[in-house]
Design a protein around this ligand. Sequence first.
Ligand code: ZN
Length: 358
Amino acid sequence: MKDRFGAWAVVAGLGAASLGLVSCSAGDPDLSAPTSSPSSSTPASSPSSVEPTATPSSTAPTEPAHVVAISVDGLAVEALLELGTKETPHLHRLLDEGASTLNARTAYEKNVTLPNHVGMVTGRRIDAAGGGHGVTWNGNPVGDTVQAAAGEKVASIFSVAHRHHLTTALFAGKTKFDIMRDSWPRSIDDFEVRKPQGRLVADAIAHLVSAQPNLTFLHLAGPDAAGHRTGGMGVAYLDAVREIDRLVGKVVAAIEHTPALDGTTTVILTADHGFAAGTRDHGAPVPANYTIPFVVWGPDVAAGDLYASNPQRRDPGTGRPSYDGAQPIRNLDLADAAMHVLGLPSVPPDAGPPDLRW
Ligand SMILES: [Zn+2]
C-alpha cells in the first residue's frame, strides 16, 4: 500500500514543472463574508438577501465566470490508477491538463458522504467545537439545517455567490442533499435530487448550457452505490467509475461546445471519500478511504501538482493529518477554490482569503 501511495504522488506530480501562479483576487474587505451573529435557537436559513450589495471587485473577471464543481461519491484514487488514461480518459484529461493531486484528504473526523459534502460547500471541518459545520450524521435529514447543527449562521458557496448576485445550481444523486436546500433555501436557484444518474447529468448539462449559472455543484453517486453493493474496486465499482468518466466527459464537452461557457468555465472535481478494495463500507480511517483526488481545470489554470504550487500546504504522504499544522489539500478546499475563481471571498467568515494557487 505504501509503495502504491508513494507511486500516486509521482503520478500526481507529472507536469508539475509549470507553476504559473494566479494572483488571488479575493480579500477585498467589501466582499468579506457576513459577520454572523450566532443564533442558537432559530436556524439561520434565510441568508443575506437584505445584506449590503457588493460592488464588483476591481480584479473580478470581466466576463462572467463559471464554476462547475463535481463531487464523485466514493471515487478511490486507486480506481483512477488502475483504469488509467485508457479507461478513464476524461478524468485523466482533467488531471493532466489541470492543477491536481491524487493525494488530497477528506475531513479528518470522518470519511463519509454528508459531512464531507457539507464541508465542500461551507469550507469548514466537521466538528462544531472546532469551528466546523457540525453535520456529523450521514442519514437523510428531516428538516435539519447546517445552521442548527453548527449552532450559528453558516455561509456556503451558494449563499456567498448569491449575495454577490451570482446564480447557482445544485444537482445531487442522494436525498440527503436536501439539507443543502433547507439550509440555504434562497441561495440555490435550481435544485434537483433523486434522479437516476444519467438523467441527473443530462438535466445538469441542459441547465448549464441554457441558464449558464455561475456556480453549478454536481454530485455523482454511482461508485459509492456500487461499492456498497458489491465492494470497493470490484467489477461493478470499476464499471461505475468508467460510467462517471463518460458522464464527466459529457459535461466537459458541453462546456467546450457552448461559446458562453468555453473559456470562462473552471471545473473543480474531488470526492467525499475513497472506497477500500474488497470492503462494502468506507468509514474506516485507512488510506484508500481518506485519500481522494482534487483537480482544478480551466482557462486560467496551469497544469501541475497542487502541492508544488501551494507550498503552504503539506503533502501528507500516506498519513491522515489532523487540523494542527500545515494542512493537506482537502475536499473542503473546494469552497474557497470556487470562490477564488468567481472573485469572491472565502466562505468561512473568519478565514483569510482563499489560499490555493494554481
Ligand atoms: Zn457511501
